[in-house]
Design a binder for this molecule. Sequence first.
Ligand code: CA
Ligand code: CA
Ligand code: CA
Length: 413
Amino acid sequence: MNRLDIPSLFAAALFCTTPFCSSLLADDQPESGSVDPKPVETKEQLTPEAQQVADHLLATLPEGSEARAMLDQILEGSRLGPGEGWFAMAVAQTRFGWDYVSRHYDTDGDGQVRIEEFPGAKDDFARLDRDGDESLTPTDLDWSEHSLTMTPGRMLFYQADADSNGKLTPAEFQKLFDRLDTDGRGFLAIDDVYDQFQPPADDDRRRQHDDRPDLPSRSTLVLGLQRQEIGSLQPGPALNDEAPDFTLKSLEGDEVTLSGQVGEKPVVLIFGNFTCGPFRSHSGNIEKLYDRYNDRANFFLVYVREAHPSDGWWMTSNQRIGIDIAQPQTDDEKREVAATCQRRLDLDIPFLVDSVDDEVSARYSGMPNRLYLIDTDGRIAFKNGRGPFGFHPRQLEQALVLLLAELEMSNPQ
Ligand SMILES: [Ca+2]
Ligand SMILES: [Ca+2]
Ligand SMILES: [Ca+2]
């Protein structure tokens, strides 16, 4: 089989196994379809440092907490697969599920919301209507498939986005074409493409997943948990809670206080970091989200602790594309990495940089990536499930569109 080498990506779990997919997986890659969340069997000895940390966490993390559930699964051999540990508990919370949509907009009670029933703009409706059939049904609001699920479309994107900045350019697309055109005929036959973008069977993935070079050891994950590199120890504010206030500096040095942003418009907070491949793969989505709504909502990207620093769960996939960053140890170092992230991802959305002790991102459970929508009363109207698996910018977009429609109906111009 002559499959393409995949440029980097992810860092979470996963069990891809064809040569194509395993190089994807080497980066903490997405996975296809439903996967039995059974932990892997490998249980190498913890290092003395990791054992000490594990003992401390076992003594201090409350039973039943998200962090304790993740620790227990790591000690059982989990490599952070979807549905394991805190991923099973920390699912999306939204005011704007199907119940809300049908109650507010299905005026004729036929179980769907046709475009004529929606009072908002047609463009807004189109963003809600994911399958484009001009009708809203539960399918359009179903986000049960995790965001690293390996689909042909995602495989194509990861393959072509050679610099892993989440934006596919014409030049990158051309390079992919050139690589697929192995006989130099100047056109691709369907079979030249077909085999390249076939998600592997689950059994194949499971059989070989232990061999991936970037999969973490138990010790790496225990230390990553303590350092909150794989996720915050706290769950963050819940739906309808008051959003915790904070003041952070932008990359330009301006101080931004959340409560000063709340009131006239909704606030969108996007937590993320540079070394997380899944987060980078969404930067095009984030840019488009910001472009579409920044006149109707206040957007901020809160830069958090690195998920895959060179001194933590290091990724060969990141290094291959020149991303090799130690965890910042001072506020100044953190600002520098945040600036690099903004430059490499070429994002217009305003960046706020958390302090080196992660004060805001820990409180919001912002690591490694998270999305919040805050209403005009300063309360949480939507939060996604823990990243990377629960990170769906378009799910937040649906909540934002529905919140904006609610505001427009209560305050008609
Ligand atoms: Ca209807
Ligand atoms: Ca639809
Ligand atoms: Ca790119």
